[in-house]
Design a protein around this ligand. Sequence first.
Ligand SMILES: NC(=O)c1ccc[n+]([C@@H]2O[C@H](COP(=O)([O-])OP(=O)(O)OC[C@H]3O[C@@H](n4cnc5c(N)ncnc54)[C@H](OP(=O)(O)O)[C@@H]3O)[C@@H](O)[C@H]2O)c1
Length: 185
Amino acid sequence: MKTQYYTATSLDGFIADENNSLDWLMQFGEPGGSYPPFIAEVGAIAMGSTTYEWLLEHEINKDSEKTKPWPYEQPVWVFSSRSLSPVANADIRFCNGDVAPIHREMTMAANGKNIWIVGGGELAGQFFDKGLLDEFIITITPVTLGAGAPLFPRRIATPPLNLVAVQQYGKHYVEVRYEVAKQPI
Ligand SMILES: NC(=O)c1ccc[n+]([C@@H]2O[C@H](COP(=O)([O-])OP(=O)(O)OC[C@H]3O[C@@H](n4cnc5c(N)ncnc54)[C@H](OP(=O)(O)O)[C@@H]3O)[C@@H](O)[C@H]2O)c1
């Protein structure tokens, strides 16, 4: 059972542009590659409020006539200090503050499966700060954005991450998997 930060980044290290747009990513179409086997092993999900509100605006409520169903079967913890709108028929648990007790709840709910930290980078960093992040699974896309939401606003230098796997997907994507080192090199 691992806690994994699985996301896509621009080549220069941003997961959304300055306007929180993902158009640069969406131009490549629906996620394929490793996503189906990855999500099949996930038992609990965490995301920050910007990511949640992006999903509401661009997926769930995109068509003003008809809402789309919530895309996750797993329970989702949404971090926010504000009161956010829920989604019908979705297991969404709003939470606030220290990630450590929430991680314990998520571990219980995941029941042996993995925990997915969707993002953003600062939230993934909070799990890292508490020693709760095991793995980065990062899809690098062939665009640069110059500015935006950072992939991971932390310094990890010594010990560095351990490279686990590299995989090319089609003409555009490279996925890299790094483990967080538990021992100094
Ligand atoms: N490229 C990709 O694959 C990918 C993946 C995921 C996300 N994204 C995009 O990347 C952007 C990420 O946005 P972001 O950097 O702003 O990150 P975010 O984690 O989505 O949202 C940050 C917000 O979450 C809340 N938050 C974070 N930690 C908290 C804590 N411990 N307790 C309570 N609230 C907490 C705070 O908002 P409040 O003001 O609500 O308290 C904070 O401002 C979004 O546009 C998203 O759509 C892209």
